[in-house]
Design a protein around this ligand. Structure first.
Ligand code: SF4
Length: 194
């Protein structure tokens, strides 16, 4: 996993890695990057304390920012449909994003924002202990694996647990990608069950 981030900014609470609850509390009051000024609600992520599959998207969108929950808008409907087609129960996976606050105009998160938010994602992966981490889209693959190009990266396992696939929002733009996303979820499911 990526490491070595040490952004300038607000210190993290000393106990933020102790549990998903303390992590979520730290995220909801976080001001480590400028995205804090734009958010309505931070979106820590949701799911069981332990999950075999952890999904990582890019950033909250408008609906997620208002709800404080991940993947509840149109991309969330696509994700739900893909999970359903792959036979994966949403309630049994942990879902989060690279950055926990919505960027203005849904722009891509900036490097400094990703680095400021990185300790939260790292701690979530450590606490949830997934057998498969699905990186959805280029922002997630860049943040975690430091590489981009989902089209060529998908279908392979990196560092034993990481798989890359398309972001559900990409499926909204090109419905032909849904089959690939479902296929990648099935690979993750097999890995998690194995
Ligand atoms: S995006 Fe992450 S680092 Fe930035 S304010 Fe939100 S929780 Fe903090």
């Amino acid at each position: 996993m990526r490491s070595g981030h040490s952004p300038e900014g607000e210190e993290l609470p000393p106990d933020f890695r102790e549990s998903l609850r303390s992590l979520s509390e730290a995220i909801r009051s976080c001001t480590r990057c400028p995205l804090a000024e734009w958010r309505t609600k931070a979106v820590p992520g949701e799911g069981p304390d332990r999950a075999d599959i952890l999904l990582v998207g890019e950033a909250p969108g408008r609906d997620e920012d208002l709800a404080g929950r991940p993947f509840v808008g149109r991309a969330g409907s696509v994700l739900d449909s893909c999970l359903n087609d792959a036979g994966i129960e949403r309630s049994r996976v942990f879902i989060t994003n690279v950055v926990k606050c919505r960027p203005p105009e849904n722009r891509r998160p900036r490097k400094a924002e990703v680095e400021a938010c990185w300790p939260y994602l790292e701690a979530q992966i450590e606490l949830v202990e997934p057998k498969a981490v699905i990186l959805m889209g280029n922002a997630a693959t860049k943040a975690v694996l430091d590489v981009e190009g989902v089209t060529s990266l998908r279908g392979r396992v990196f560092r034993e647990i990481f798989l890359a696939t398309f972001h559900p929002a990409a499926v909204l733009r090109n419905r032909n990608l849904k089959e690939a996303l479902v296929s990648d979820l099935l690979v993750a499911k097999e890995k998690a069950e194995g």
